[in-house]
Design a protein around this ligand. Structure first.
Ligand code: R5P
Length: 302
């Protein structure tokens, strides 16, 4: 029987392509709020005996977490053979240690909660910094798939003579892989973050790249402070207005408009988070990771 894909909140931009890529049946569910704000959830397509794949858009997660927990518990109660989670964007990865005494290490706590609800997890390019792998904090099989092949294909198709630019040392991992897949050159800059919206970029002499099209590549655009700081430095050195390319377009209030205002020629993101800038489809990448995990857990889930 085909797996059953259950689309939860904020997934309309990717649920159709993902269902096709998975060759899954899209579940009909009734998901709404009672007048007091509590969640009502009903599976119109019954999951008994099926491999259930919950698809959750978890950017701004706090309002959505109960729905995910209720959906997982209900699928199990209705006899699902397995319950997995595709979270194209995985939240709560940044608070990865105690920075000040008394703080909650929410990356660990969120991971424990999700691990208690579902059998496996697939996501795209989570923010792995002090945690090196999802298995450091998730107790279930968890796979971090990479948007790099889809981003490289987009850049090869859309950008003439690209120079890929990583804004900071952390971005080296993405930008070098994408550059190699796209057959493009790349450089990595140095970033100092003084606050959420206060970022300094120290570029080397970029004069030799004036005839290239700069493509700034990062995992996430949040406040866009990083992309804006790079964009300004490129302009100061006489480079062309850049294309800004990220796996996840979080775009905190006004960030998209501010980045255009700062001089970005184009902004493109993948469809992990719904946004008008979505131009890169990662559903195939998510589907192959999810299919791999369903196979991996099959003997223990039956
Ligand atoms: C940083 O560690 C990440 O890779 C991104 O550079 C960062 O999340 C971008 O954030 P913002 O858009 O707020 O500068």
């Amino acid at each position: 029987m085909k797996p059953l894909l259950v689309p939860l909140q904020d997934t309309a931009q990717i649920s159709g392509p993902l269902a096709s890529a998975l060759d899954a049946e899209m579940a009909d569910i009734d998901l709404r709020r009672f007048p007091d704000g509590e969640t009502y959830l009903r599976f119109d397509t019954l999951p008994e005996g099926r491999d259930v794949i919950l698809l959750a858009g978890l950017c701004h997660p706090d309002a959505k977490l109960p729905t995910l927990v209720f959906a997982a518990q209900t699928a199990r109660a209705l006899g699902a053979a397995s319950v997995g989670l595709v979270a194209p964007y995985l939240p709560y990865m940044r608070q990865d240690r105690v920075f000040r005494p008394g703080e909650a290490v929410t990356s660990v706590q969120f991971a424990k909660l999700v691990s208690s609800c579902v059998d496996w997890l697939v996501t795209i390019d989570p923010h792995l910094h002090r945690w090196h792998a999802l298995s450091d904090i998730y107790d279930i099989p968890a796979r971090a798939a990479h948007a790099a092949p889809a981003m490289a294909a987009w850049i090869s198709r859309e950008v003439d003579h690209p120079l890929l630019i990583g804004p900071d040392a952390e971005s080296e991992q993405w930008v070098s892989e994408i550059a190699s897949l796209a057959g493009a050159e790349h450089i990595v800059l140095t970033k100092t973050r003084h606050g959420d919206r206060d970022v300094d970029i120290s570029p080397p002499d970029l004069g030799k790249w004036r005839h290239h099209t700069p493509v700034i590549v990062d995992d996430t655009i949040s406040t866009a402070s990083t992309m804006m700081a790079v964009t300004r430095q490129l302009a100061e050195q006489g480079l062309r207005p850049p294309t800004c390319c990220a796996a996840h377009g979080v775009f905190a209030d006004g960030a998209f408009e501010a980045l255009l205002q700062a001089g970005a020629a184009r902004i493109v993101t993948s469809n992990t988070i719904s946004h008008p800038s979505n131009g890169i489809d990662v559903s195939g990448i998510l589907a192959s990771a999810a299919n791999g995990l369903i196979e991996e857990i099959r003997p223990s889930s039956r």
